[in-house]
Design a protein. Sequence first.
Length: 181
Amino acid sequence: MRDAEAAPAAEVRGRTRRSGSPAWRLVALLLVTLVSIGIFALRTEVERWANFGYLGIFLASVLANGTVLLPAPGVALVAAMGGVLNPLLVSLAAGLGASIGELVGYMAGFGGQLVVERIAIYDHLLQWMRRYGSLTIFLLAAVPNPFFDLAGMAAGSLRVPVQRFFLWCLLGKIVKMLAFA
């Protein structure tokens, strides 16, 4: 088996462009863009959802993690609610919501990574995803970092099974949210 690190960047990019028809890629990219803009516009409403307890935390986490490359609050709410509610249940609700939200980034990669394929870290994430797969997803989900959207896109473009992506993302997000709660 060929070493993924030895593959030139152009070849790495070439292997990730095999998603469906151009129309499907355009629809997926449009959907991801609309979801991200909508969630970004609602970011100030997220704090109000804390009044709904665990359900509010879950919904706020879906929205906070459903944006692609746009910031939305989420972890601060988890930290605040962890001091009021059961931290373990807060982390489970937030982790599940965050994992569902991260499927937007996965869809962006599945539909085609038109914007991010020129970002250098994306090539590294593709290589890590090929080499370490689930471990890459888990670690990047468990540690606060700005690159998880790109990791989700890499997983989607490499056709990592969505169930596997979701499971390792969920486990990592629960670990991260528990640390904050």
